[in-house]
Write a protein that binds this ligand. Structure first.
Ligand code: AMP
Ligand code: MG
Length: 521
């Protein structure tokens, strides 16, 4: 197995001079060198052949013992220089100081055949200087969730980090899953994540919080040079205009990511600033969830159950709040509060515009037209009043002309409870919707095709994830594989896959893992 490494972070950014693997505060450094902890008996659960081929790995490589050893952290390939990154973050609205890669170890940056750099990192590979009081490990349950969801998001067309492999370690890890004193051993696991960059808002925040402006500038320059180089066409290196243009671009990318989440009903669950990618990628799949019934107030994260800070409807506002924190951190480079404020205002307008067009796309309009928002709002009220399966609802509208309330029966969780008033309000909405469609004068088949390309048939439903995990915990990875296959084509009807497009069964309504998750992972 051969991978070409070009470790730009290691080669160009300041390292922590201390190389012992002891938990500590790390100053003036972007990362600390640290090797993965070897594991007893690695075994492959799943690989993404897609990501493997991006990296230039062959079928033969994937089947080799070397692959097993390298991506479980037991062996280093030539050119790998493992390190953990230093970052801080606001957790649940409060500055938490230094966090860092507590259980993620970067192996290096692969230079791919088409000249792209892809950083690869192991999550769950043992303690690092940033592990604080925790063990640096990950369990199979949360690793299945991370591996599969990042791949599902990618195929849905939503910007995300990817994953190459999911392995069990052959070791047991102790976890108190619901933080209620019932600790139990679970299978340990390691996911190899892959991304052009794992830099987060928090990587910049940590330097700003410590008033280390030289390091802040160095990291910003590095990020722009390697990930936003198009900005250098119009702005001088090191200029305030350049840093401002970069912040504007980060805000724009973030808006696009969030509108993607809203389109498919994804709730991240822990939008702390350390979980916000500087490239606008979905990152750190923890207690996330997918809306079954359309409930804008829903959050999957039990740690957040009281304030619901990270609930579905709040995600755009939290993105804004997080960008505000990033703006504060970048202030020393830009020194123009007005311009930063303007950018944040622009984010709101930009997001609103993207959201309106996204809703117009979901409903099959050629373009958003002024006045459509009334239709959108009435629809959201209807969907949330009755327990309506969001995915099934939009998909039904993408597959048939829905002109009568009765046609919607299957997308509701409790249609028997619907009042006459609800039925007639829904009927009225359907009629107004039909009139709006007629105004577009669009070919029905063309409209259905366009709608099916934005309204997925298959999402990584919470209960499906849990079923796949229950089997995986017993050593049966068949459902993991089946789901991975189906979720590669989420917009395409697939023969024999009806079960994967079904609404949540009643048993899953209150089951841990299906409707609620903790941060324990
Ligand atoms: P998260 O909420 O998963 O984004 O994690 C917040 C911080 O805690 C990050 O710095 C993580 O690296 C760290 N962390 C989470 N779980 C562990 C663990 N089991 N061992 C060490 N660090 C962890
Ligand atoms: Mg995190």
């Amino acid at each position: 197995m051969h991978l070409q490494f070009d470790n730009r972070i290691v080669n160009q950014l300041p390292a922590d001079p201390e190389t012992s693997n002891s938990r500590r505060q790390v100053n003036n450094a972007v990362y600390s060198f640290v090797d993965p902890t070897p594991v007893a008996a690695p075994s492959v659960v799943a690989v993404s052949t897609d990501v493997a081929s991006d990296l230039g790995l062959s079928e033969q490589d994937l089947a080799s013992d070397e692959f097993l050893q390298v991506f479980s952290g037991n062996q280093k390939l030539e050119g790998m220089q493992p390190y953990a990154m230093c970052y801080g973050g606001h957790q649940f609205g409060h500055w938490a100081g230094q966090l860092g890669d507590g259980r993620a170890i970067n192996l290096g940056e692969v230079l791919t055949a088409n000249g792209e750099h892809l950083a690869i990192q192991l999550k769950g590979s043992g303690i690092t200087p940033y592990s604080r009081t925790a063990d640096g490990l990950a369990v199979l349950r949360s690793s299945v969730r991370e591996f599969m969801c990042s791949e599902a998001m990618h195929h849905l067309g939503i910007p995300t980090t990817r994953a190459l492999s999911l392995m069990t370690t052959g070791e047991q890890v102790l976890r108190d899953m619901m933080y209620n004193g019932n600790a139990a051993y679970e299978p340990g696991a390691i996911v190899c994540r892959v991304s052009p960059s794992f830099l987060r808002f928090g990587n910049f925040q940590i330097f700003a919080s410590r008033k280390q402006n030289d390091e802040l500038k160095q990291l910003a320059d590095f990020t722009i040079e390697h990930h936003f180089s198009e900005l250098l066409d119009d702005h001088a290196p090191g200029s305030k205009e350049l840093y401002l243009a970069w912040f504007q671009k980060v805000a724009a990318l973030t808006a696009q990511m969030i509108v993607g989440w809203m389109r498919v009903g994804f709730v991240h669950g822990v939008m702390n600033t350390d979980n916000m990618s500087i490239l606008g990628l979905t990152i750190d799949y923890g207690p996330y969830g997918w809306l079954d019934s359309f409930d804008p107030e829903w959050t999957p994260n039990t740690t957040d159950a009281e304030n619901r800070r990270y609930r579905y409807s709040q995600q755009p506002n939290i993105a804004l709040w997080n960008l505000y924190q990033l703006a504060n951190s970048l202030y020393p480079l830009i020194e123009d509060a007005k311009a930063l404020e303007k950018t944040l205002e622009h984010f709101q307008a930009d997001y609103q515009g993207l959201w309106l067009q996204m809703m117009a796309d979901k409903l099959g309009f050629l373009n958003y037209t002024k006045g459509d928002e009334e239709l959108f709002q009435r629809l959201e009220t209807l969907l949330s009043t009755a327990e309506t399966d969001m995915t099934l609802f939009y998909r039904l509208l993408s597959e048939q002309n829905v002109t009568h309330y009765e046609q919607l029966e299957d997308v509701y969780y409790n249609p028997e409870n619907h009042s006459e008033e609800f039925k007639s309000t829904t009927q009225q909405w359907l009629e107004d919707y039909q009139s709006r469609l007629e105004a577009d004068n669009r070919e029905t088949s063309e409209r259905f095709q366009a709608m099916q390309a934005v309204n997925p048939k298959y999402i990584f439903r919470n209960y499906l994830a849990q079923q796949a995990i229950d089997l995986a915990d017993k050593g049966d990875y068949s459902m993991v594989q089946d789901l991975l296959d189906i979720l590669q084509k989420p917009y395409q009807e697939q023969q024999g896959a009806e079960n994967f497009a079904a609404k949540r069964p009643e048993w899953a309504r209150t089951r841990v893992g299906c409707s609620m998750l903790s941060c324990s992972s």
